[in-house]
Design a binder for this molecule. Structure first.
Ligand SMILES: Cc1ncc(COP(=O)(O)O)c(C=O)c1O
Length: 365
């Protein structure tokens, strides 16, 4: 069986280090807010070159808190991509704002800059690009094109830890970056986890309170907050795994290259394109094909896993349609939803197995 993702090889490799760190946590019995949480915040600040990193319970909370910290709410609009996981728009809807969709590029699968321009109104308070599948969005270009400092850019980096563009890491280019440590993410923990990164002291101060019951001094509560803390167990795992992130991302890029070389000339398959000047970290390797469902079935018959991310463009989701009675149709995003297929991708996937996946696809008439 070649699964679509696999965490077992990674654990086998890191087992001694992780168990050693976990044993220390269990021995110390300091499970919430301790040295591991402080250390992962410092590690990520250093890695991304930002001033502040605030850990929290999930990528979804990170997005929610980022929007809240900018005072975005009822009557405001946030422009985002329709080709993403639901969390991206859930966060916008949590604060009472309206998600407005700008369609994507067919080659990078990312939000299209010119489409963003068309969607800007007086109500636009933020742009929320997602570095989908680990392929960086050119955030600097969006900033230059919109040329309006009052519209803030919040980067959804849930899938792009370690990716970069023009020598800057995703998460460090916009006003705020939001990370997810969901186990299957490039930098994943062993449960739920997330983080907000920013250079804005104002956002930092607000988010620090939001994640901890509205409080930064014990039993002093200034605002209504949440219980959204990263715990020591997850932080300990992340502090081990972050040492390997560059190596593992390069392993993903190497696998992607083998897929490219073997599938580029394959009839009916379109391979993913990297953003110009970007470093793609291949959270997913996603091809497009009109024969997507046939390929998926054939792979299954050969014990090869694959996945459809995302089968429904977000403007077509009931939760969105029912809330905003919106008749929008994002043509490119819908095209991707009908044709995309994510092939097996994880750092320890062997070259032999990548070739097996490609050969199985190539045999399909
Ligand atoms: C693009 C994107 N944004 C946000 C999230 C939310 O992250 P989490 O699952 O940690 O809440 C995810 C997670 O799947 C994601 O893929």
């Amino acid at each position: 069986m070649i699964s679509q993702f696999d965490l077992k090889n990674e654990y086998a490799l890191l087992r001694d280090e992780i168990q050693n760190e976990l044993e220390k946590v269990f021995f110390n019995t300091s499970f919430i807010g301790g040295s591991n949480v402080d250390l992962i915040e410092k590690n990520i600040k250093d890695y991304l070159g930002v001033k502040y990193a605030i850990s929290c319970n999930s990528g979804t909370d990170a997005l929610h808190f980022a929007l809240r910290s900018l005072g975005i709410g009822k009557g405001d609009e946030v422009i985002t991509t329709p080709f993403t996981f639901i969390s991206t728009i859930e966060a916008i809807m949590y604060v009472g704002a309206k998600p407005v969709f700008a369609d994507i590029d067919l080659d990078t699968y990312n939000i299209n800059c010119e489409e963003i321009l068309k969607k800007i109104t007086k109500k636009t308070r933020a742009i929320l690009p997602v570095h989908i599948f680990g392929n960086p969005v050119d955030v600097e270009r969006i900033k230059n094109v919109i040329n309006n400092d009052s519209i803030k850019i919040i980067e959804d980096c849930a899938q792009s830890f370690g990716a970069g563009i023009n020598c800057k890491r995703t998460g460090s280019i916009g006003e705020i970056g939001c990370l997810s440590f969901y186990p299957t993410k490039n930098l994943g923990c062993y449960g739920d986890g997330g983080m907000v990164v920013t250079n804005s002291e104002e956002s930092y101060e607000i988010i620090k309170k939001l994640r901890n019951h509205g409080s930064s001094i014990r039993y002093h509560h200034d605002i209504i907050g949440y219980n959204s803390r990263l715990d020591e167990i997850q932080a300990a795992v992340l502090n081990v795994k972050i040492k390997y992130i560059d190596q593992f991302n390069l392993m993903r890029a190497k696998i992607a290259k083998i897929y490219d070389e073997n599938l580029n000339n394959c009839k009916n398959i379109i391979t993913p394109k990297k953003t110009k000047n970007g470093f793609h970290v291949y959270h997913q390797y996603t091809v497009l094909s009109k024969n997507r469902d046939i390929i998926k079935t054939e792979l299954e018959k050969n014990n090869i896993g694959s996945a459809i991310y995302y089968p429904i463009s977000l403007e077509k989701q009931n939760v969105y349609k029912n809330s905003f009675n919106n008749k929008q149709n994002c043509i490119n995003s819908n095209y991707l939803s009908n044709t995309c297929l994510s092939l097996p991708m994880y750092p320890h996937l062997s070259e032999e197995n990548v070739i097996k996946v490609c050969d199985t696809i190539k045999k399909i008439k």
